[in-house]
Write a protein that binds this ligand. Structure first.
Ligand code: FES
Ligand code: FES
Length: 155
């Protein structure tokens, strides 16, 4: 049994210690907002925050997440910066199919928590591990700038 702190709640997880956090989140706890894409830390669809760092849940064993603070997309509307990012995402009409978007929002929120006024290069670097097959990259950049107060708000 491993105890994880997920979105502020303590959860007892009765799974083997090497189970990927992504499986625990989706299949055990029922938090399905975090997506499975590649399973190999290549696409970013499974991004969550662990102690504030954007982390690929598909390659993180639950044993490595024990004792740390895990935050998923389901808690972003209770986070001041996460909420701003989500509002900017809607304002800019970022999502297409939507599959990659929770991971994108998690990476963008982590970026803005560490760097309130990122440059284009900062954004590219922070977001480079999040793949979008629908090609929403231009709007993602615009939304991050809007959330940072660096761009015009679209309504
Ligand atoms: S599913 Fe984790 S990085 Fe692709
Ligand atoms: S919105 Fe479809 S993969 Fe990104």
């Amino acid at each position: 049994m491993i105890t994880l702190t997920i979105n502020g709640q303590s959860q007892n997880i009765d799974l083997p210690a090497d189970t990927p956090l992504l499986w625990a989140l989706r299949d055990y706890v029922g938090l399905t907002g975090t997506k499975f894409g590649c399973g190999m830390a290549l696409c970013g669809a499974c991004t969550v925050h662990i102690d504030g760092e954007p982390t690929r849940a598909c390659v993180t064993p639950i044993s490595a997440a024990a004792g740390k603070t895990i935050v998923t997309i389901e808690a972003m509307d209770q986070d001041a910066i996460g909420k701003k990012v989500q509002e900017a995402w809607l304002s800019q009409g970022v999502p297409q199919c939507g599959y990659c978007q929770s991971g994108q929002v998690m990476s963008a929120t982590a970026l803005l928590k560490q760097n309130a006024h990122p440059s284009d290069a900062d954004i590219d670097k922070a977001m480079s591990g999040n793949i979008c097959r629908c090609g929403t990259y231009t709007r993602i950049r615009a939304a991050i700038k809007q959330a940072a107060g660096l761009a015009e708000i679209k309504s």
